[in-house]
Design a protein around this ligand. Structure first.
Ligand code: SF4
Ligand code: SF4
Length: 103
Protein backbone atom coordinates (compact mmCIF):
# COMPACT_ATOMS: atom_id res chain seq x y z
CA UNK A 1 0.00 0.00 0.00
CA UNK A 2 1.28 3.46 -0.92
CA UNK A 3 1.72 5.97 1.83
CA UNK A 4 0.03 9.34 1.62
CA UNK A 5 3.39 11.06 1.79
CA UNK A 6 4.57 9.23 -1.35
CA UNK A 7 1.47 10.42 -3.20
CA UNK A 8 1.98 13.96 -1.94
CA UNK A 9 5.59 13.91 -3.07
CA UNK A 10 4.55 12.97 -6.65
CA UNK A 11 2.10 15.83 -6.91
CA UNK A 12 4.20 18.37 -5.06
CA UNK A 13 4.64 21.50 -7.12
CA UNK A 14 1.24 21.04 -8.77
CA UNK A 15 2.48 19.32 -11.95
CA UNK A 16 0.99 15.87 -12.44
CA UNK A 17 2.00 13.90 -15.54
CA UNK A 18 -1.46 14.57 -17.01
CA UNK A 19 -1.28 18.31 -16.58
CA UNK A 20 2.24 18.36 -18.06
CA UNK A 21 0.90 16.72 -21.24
CA UNK A 22 -2.18 18.93 -21.43
CA UNK A 23 -0.72 21.71 -23.64
CA UNK A 24 0.63 19.22 -26.18
CA UNK A 25 -2.65 17.30 -26.19
CA UNK A 26 -4.59 20.52 -26.69
CA UNK A 27 -2.34 21.52 -29.59
CA UNK A 28 -2.87 18.14 -31.26
CA UNK A 29 -6.61 18.44 -30.80
CA UNK A 30 -6.67 21.88 -32.41
CA UNK A 31 -5.05 20.66 -35.64
CA UNK A 32 -7.42 20.37 -38.55
CA UNK A 33 -6.99 19.53 -42.21
CA UNK A 34 -8.67 20.28 -45.49
CA UNK A 35 -8.92 17.59 -48.15
CA UNK A 36 -9.49 18.43 -51.82
CA UNK A 37 -10.13 16.11 -54.75
CA UNK A 38 -9.61 17.29 -58.32
CA UNK A 39 -12.83 15.91 -59.78
CA UNK A 40 -11.62 16.24 -63.36
CA UNK A 41 -8.42 14.30 -62.75
CA UNK A 42 -9.58 11.56 -60.37
CA UNK A 43 -10.29 8.31 -62.19
CA UNK A 44 -12.14 6.74 -59.29
CA UNK A 45 -9.60 3.95 -58.82
CA UNK A 46 -10.31 3.80 -55.08
CA UNK A 47 -6.69 3.55 -53.92
CA UNK A 48 -7.17 6.48 -51.55
CA UNK A 49 -10.27 4.83 -50.10
CA UNK A 50 -8.16 1.81 -49.18
CA UNK A 51 -5.58 3.91 -47.37
CA UNK A 52 -7.89 6.32 -45.60
CA UNK A 53 -8.75 4.42 -42.44
CA UNK A 54 -10.61 7.34 -40.73
CA UNK A 55 -13.20 7.16 -43.56
CA UNK A 56 -12.85 10.75 -44.69
CA UNK A 57 -13.54 9.69 -48.27
CA UNK A 58 -16.21 7.76 -50.15
CA UNK A 59 -16.89 6.76 -53.73
CA UNK A 60 -18.71 9.57 -55.49
CA UNK A 61 -21.95 9.14 -57.41
CA UNK A 62 -21.37 11.77 -60.11
CA UNK A 63 -19.61 10.96 -63.40
CA UNK A 64 -16.83 13.30 -64.45
CA UNK A 65 -15.63 14.26 -67.92
CA UNK A 66 -13.40 11.16 -68.01
CA UNK A 67 -16.40 8.91 -67.48
CA UNK A 68 -15.18 8.04 -63.98
CA UNK A 69 -16.73 8.36 -60.53
CA UNK A 70 -14.38 10.59 -58.56
CA UNK A 71 -14.17 10.11 -54.81
CA UNK A 72 -15.74 12.68 -52.56
CA UNK A 73 -14.87 14.05 -49.14
CA UNK A 74 -17.57 13.01 -46.67
CA UNK A 75 -16.12 14.01 -43.29
CA UNK A 76 -13.12 16.30 -43.35
CA UNK A 77 -13.14 16.61 -39.56
CA UNK A 78 -11.91 13.02 -39.30
CA UNK A 79 -8.76 13.70 -41.34
CA UNK A 80 -5.55 13.06 -39.38
CA UNK A 81 -3.33 14.68 -41.99
CA UNK A 82 -1.49 11.42 -42.64
CA UNK A 83 -1.38 12.22 -46.38
CA UNK A 84 -1.51 8.55 -47.35
CA UNK A 85 -4.20 9.39 -49.89
CA UNK A 86 -1.95 12.02 -51.44
CA UNK A 87 1.12 9.78 -51.56
CA UNK A 88 -0.80 6.82 -52.96
CA UNK A 89 -2.87 8.56 -55.63
CA UNK A 90 -1.52 7.58 -59.06
CA UNK A 91 -3.23 10.60 -60.66
CA UNK A 92 -2.06 13.25 -58.15
CA UNK A 93 -5.72 14.12 -57.76
CA UNK A 94 -6.06 14.48 -53.99
CA UNK A 95 -4.45 16.85 -51.52
CA UNK A 96 -4.59 17.12 -47.74
CA UNK A 97 -3.34 20.29 -46.09
CA UNK A 98 -3.26 21.50 -42.55
CA UNK A 99 -5.53 24.45 -41.91
CA UNK A 100 -3.56 27.09 -40.02
CA UNK A 101 -5.12 28.44 -36.84
CA UNK A 102 -4.78 31.90 -35.37
CA UNK A 103 -3.09 31.72 -31.99
S1 SF4 B 1 -4.69 12.65 -45.17
FE1 SF4 B 1 -5.02 10.59 -44.28
S2 SF4 B 1 -6.86 10.79 -43.00
FE2 SF4 B 1 -6.78 12.60 -44.36
S3 SF4 B 1 -8.04 12.03 -46.14
FE3 SF4 B 1 -5.92 11.47 -46.63
S4 SF4 B 1 -5.70 9.30 -46.01
FE4 SF4 B 1 -7.56 10.13 -45.04
S1 SF4 C 1 -6.38 7.48 -55.56
FE1 SF4 C 1 -6.53 9.41 -56.73
S2 SF4 C 1 -7.38 8.80 -58.71
FE2 SF4 C 1 -7.73 7.08 -57.30
S3 SF4 C 1 -9.82 7.47 -56.47
FE3 SF4 C 1 -8.36 8.43 -55.05
S4 SF4 C 1 -8.18 10.59 -55.73
FE4 SF4 C 1 -9.10 9.41 -57.39
Amino acid sequence: MQSESASDARTAGGASPDSADAPAAAARKRRSFSVRVDDDVCDGCGVCLFFCKPLVLAQGQAVNRRGAWPVKVVDESRCTGCKLCEYACPQLAIFAKEVPHDH
